[in-house]
Design a protein around this ligand. Structure first.
Ligand SMILES: NC(=O)c1ccc[n+]([C@@H]2O[C@H](COP(=O)([O-])OP(=O)(O)OC[C@H]3O[C@@H](n4cnc5c(N)ncnc54)[C@H](OP(=O)(O)O)[C@@H]3O)[C@@H](O)[C@H]2O)c1
Length: 417
């Protein structure tokens, strides 16, 4: 999922759209997340779905018999990247695709798990996916089903040293968040562990510090299980990466402003701030987590270079680049609260509107909450305490979008993602 932090216009569009949300008769059931088997032996699993694994572009992989979880796991850190097998799930996402490229450029053997139809609105077919992940060993499988994932990896017949998860719900809906951000991610942990993985790198989000949304709760549950796993088996390690805002989440208004529209923001435009990070800088940070001993068993909040930026400052940057006088449309945050109140009321009568209500809360959250380190005692966000990494700036990104458009930076499947 990608979240639109300061794209107030898009959020407002969402508000208009939810008024006409079609009522579905399907009730959304909470997934029984606790019933997922952990470290279930592959032999005990029923295989109910055929799988496919592309061997066309198979790199030489360190082949071994599937090891047991007790195998001396940390030894991968003594190997060179070409002998380290990294399983990447969520490999076709905005960040995942860059992570695959970055790992390949560092010489790792990358096993990238993908769906046969991948990308936003499943727009990429197998050939396009293979092309996107060129250089990796691409396996087509269903990460939402442990049996499918196990079978795919069994077929590949290799051990796994490290799992990197860039999985995320593409909608942010309640059911889908639990299915992907928790359940599917856990499946990748289980399948990876069953093949010897002793390190797990999780792409999480800085906003889980203040969990008010379902996808944040799902991510936190997975984070907690990684920590627990490292506690019970001290040969297992994790790195939990919690980035601030991605560039794509802040670029939604660039072309509109270029066309003469005002920059839309909530309140005075200073309700929230973030330290935006580019997809390639974040991919590099995530790749660092594979081998860096300093990043072991750490929760790693991370932003991009430079100071924190409010929506007002982002808008000013944009007008400066365009050489125009700033033109803002300031929207009272109370509008969001009203809409959420209405949706919360409606969901009591029509439970199938659960996702619409959740999207309203997501919009409200990113209109007012900063993507910075939160001091739990004072409840204040701190730009100074939020670490910076990388070199790409939001200004450069805005320049590029003004020149080339938002190609490759599209938001997800819901209006607000
Ligand atoms: N946007 C931001 O500013 C921001 C900031 C901080 C943190 N984050 C966090 O970053 C994470 C990833 O973001 P992103 O933008 O890279 O995500 P994304 O582009 O939406 O990618 C999601 C990945 O998960 C896979 N996936 C989703 N549903 C699936 C399903 N049912 N079965 C199999 N695979 C599925 C997608 O596969 P397909 O291609 O097959 O759909 C894709 O590879 C999220 O957890 C988000 O919370 C975002």
């Amino acid at each position: 999922m990608s979240l639109c932090f300061s794209n107030s216009l898009v959020t407002l569009h969402f508000l208009a759209k939810t008024q006409s949300t079609r009522l579905s008769s399907q009730f959304i059931n909470q997934i029984q997340v606790s019933s997922i088997p952990y470290a279930l032996p592959a032999s005990s699993l029923k295989l109910s779905k055929p799988f496919e694994c592309s061997t066309q572009r198979l790199n030489p992989i360190t082949v071994s018999t599937v090891p047991t979880v007790e195998t001396a796991p940390s030894s991968f850190r003594n190997k060179t990247p070409k002998d380290i097998n990294v399983l990447v799930v969520g490999s076709t996402g905005y960040i995942g695709a860059f992570v695959v490229k970055e790992l390949l450029s560092r010489g790792f053997n990358v096993i990238a798990v993908a769906r046969e139809k991948s990308g936003i609105r499943a727009k990429n077919n197998k050939e396009e996916t293979l092309n996107q992940l060129k250089g990796a060993n691409v396996c087509f499988s269903d990460v939402t089903r442990l049996d499918s994932l196990e079978k795919t990896l069994d077929n590949l017949g290799v051990s796994v040293d490290v799992v990197v998860s860039c999985l995320a719900s593409r909608s942010g809906g309640v059911k889908d968040s639990w299915k992907i951000d928790y359940e599917a991610t856990k499946n990748s942990l289980v399948a990876g562990r069953n093949r010897g993985a002793s390190h797990f790198v999780l792409l999480s989000a800085i906003c889980v510090q203040k969990p008010l949304l379902e996808f944040q709760r799902a991510k936190l549950k997975l984070e907690a299980e990684l920590m627990k796993e490292a506690e019970v088996d001290n040969a297992f390690t994790y790195s939990i990466v919690r980035p601030t805002a991605f560039f794509k989440s802040l670029g939604g208004q660039v072309e509109l402003v270029k066309d003469g529209k005002p920059y839309v923001m909530f309140g005075d435009g200073k309700l929230c701030a973030c330290k935006p990070i580019s997809e390639s800088d974040l991919a590099s940070f995530i790749a660092d987590c594979v081998l860096s001993k300093d990043m072991i068993n750490q929760v790693l909040p991370i932003g991009g270079p430079g100071k924190a930026l409010t929506p007002l400052e982002q808008g000013e940057t944009l007008f400066k680049l365009l050489g125009r006088e700033p033109k803002f449309l300031k929207v009272p945050i109370g509008i969001m609260d009203f809409a959420i109140g209405v949706l919360d009321f409606l969901v009591k009568i029509f439970p199938s509107m659960e996702d619409a209500a959740e999207f309203g809360k997501i919009g409200r959250y990113y209109a007012a909450e900063s993507m910075l380190i939160l001091d739990p005692e004072t409840g204040e966000y701190s730009a100074e305490k939020t670490p910076s990494y990388g070199k790409d700036t939001l200004e450069e990104f805005f320049e590029r979008v003004l020149r080339e458009g938002m190609e490759g930076q599209e938001l997800g499947e819901q209006t607000i993602f």
